[in-house]
Design a protein around this ligand. Structure first.
Ligand SMILES: Cc1ncc(COP(=O)(O)O)c(C=O)c1O
Length: 369
């Protein structure tokens, strides 16, 4: 009945795509460059490098900050597995950190406890559009000399202490998957204020090759295909960037709608036994979904089954990554993440929905409580 992942695409996106195709501007080109500039401006960060999706952007970011086999990288257990797998691509070890019982984002106390001499970086994930408590996380990272790579995949426009998330780290990344606050179908981007990091990310994104405009005439003649290191093909296309540029113009409208729907869910659930999302006063939560906890595991299972019968996929919270079959071997303890994940559902809160959809979903859930 409800398509919980449906993007909102208008004439602007369609016209931009047609122009792109007519222009022959289909692979990475001038529109990717423009999208990088415009999105960096929106975030208030100097440099940016687009990638084919958020996962590849995180992989590039970790390589750029120097993550190597044998290093440990701290990451919350309660996140989508794509926050973790790039650590494994680098041959490093993920160390799972529990979540805060109120915000459901990384718990800074548990982070401190799990830092070891092998720790090299931390990935705070701004889960479901909430913001991590970056003061405490940055202080811990600074004390122990860790790099910070912020996962902003679900947090476009989220602010912490009046600053957009993404500015609290060495490098951050966003996802533009179709169900995000703004989308390019698939897509991602790294952003940083460090020029050397972005140059490294740019090099790795495209086979480790120097940009041809950086080569002297002589080098251009002889070294166009020299790769200074092993890189990847993680490029975004102009087709994606064309959509991204059109979406960027509307992103604040989309976010305002999501925040409004979240407020409505909150009002409709007053007086129920649901645990509603907790966030600090100095956070602008942009609600990539409306996360709630039911009273018990059984109540959640019942709700998912009932919604399914009514033709709607009710999303669970992410399964804690330390319990994924391939990460169980690290024997991590994250009891809060386990409890929250067992009881949590993410109600749909996408800007393509109508207010009546929110009211219907809230009514269905209330009937089950
Ligand atoms: C928290 C989080 N991190 C990383 C990613 C990976 O992004 P992508 O799907 O664009 O590869 C996602 C996915 O959407 C995500 O939700």
């Amino acid at each position: 009945m409800f398509d919980i992942d449906k993007p909102l695409v208008g004439k602007e996106e369609i016209d931009a795509l047609i122009e792109c195709v007519n222009d022959g501007s289909i692979a990475q080109g001038k529109l990717v460059h423009k999208f990088e500039e415009e999105f960096a401006k929106y975030c208030g960060i100097k440099y940016s490098c687009a990638a084919m999706n958020g996962t590849s952007a995180l992989h590039l970011a970790l390589l750029a900050v120097g993550i190597k086999p044998g290093d440990e990288v701290l990451v919350p257990s309660l996140t989508f597995v794509a926050s973790v797998s790039p650590i494994s691509y680098c041959g490093a070890t993920p160390v799972f950190v529990d979540c805060d019982p109120v915000t459901w984002c990384m718990d800074a106390h548990d982070l401190e406890k799990k830092i070891t001499p092998k720790s090299k970086a931390v990935i705070p994930v701004h889960l479901y559009g909430n913001a991590c408590r970056m003061d405490a996380i940055t202080a811990a990272a600074k004390k122990h000399g860790l790099k910070i790579v912020e996962d902003c995949a679900e947090a476009h426009g989220t602010t912490y202490k009046n600053k957009q998330v993404g500015v609290f780290s060495d490098v951050c990344f966003f996802s533009f998957y179709k169900n995000k606050h703004m989308m390019t179908g698939e897509g991602g981007m790294c952003l940083t204020n460090d020029r050397r990091l972005i140059e490294k990310i740019g090099l790795l994104r495209s086979h480790g090759k120097e940009k041809s405009e950086n080569l002297s005439d002589e080098d251009f003649a002889q070294k166009q295909f020299i790769s200074s290191e092993i890189g990847y093909n993680y490029r975004m296309t102009d087709l994606q960037a064309a959509v991204g540029l059109a979406q960027l113009k509307k992103v604040e409208t989309f976010i305002t709608r999501r925040i409004g729907y979240a407020r409505l869910y909150g009002e409709l659930f007053k007086g129920t036994n649901l645990t509603l999302p907790g966030f600090d006063k100095d956070v602008r939560h942009t609600f990539w979904g409306f996360p709630v906890l039911l009273a018990s595991d059984e109540a959640k299972v019942r709700a998912v089954i009932e919604f399914r019968k009514r033709g709607m996929r009710l999303r669970s919270f992410f399964n804690p990554c330390h319990m994924q079959p391939f990460y169980k071997k690290y024997k991590s303890t994250c009891p809060v993440s386990e409890d929250v994940s067992r009881r949590g559902v993410l109600l749909p809160n996408i800007h393509s929905m109508k207010e009546e959809d929110i009211r219907t979903i809230a009514k269905w859930l209330k009937e089950l409580l």
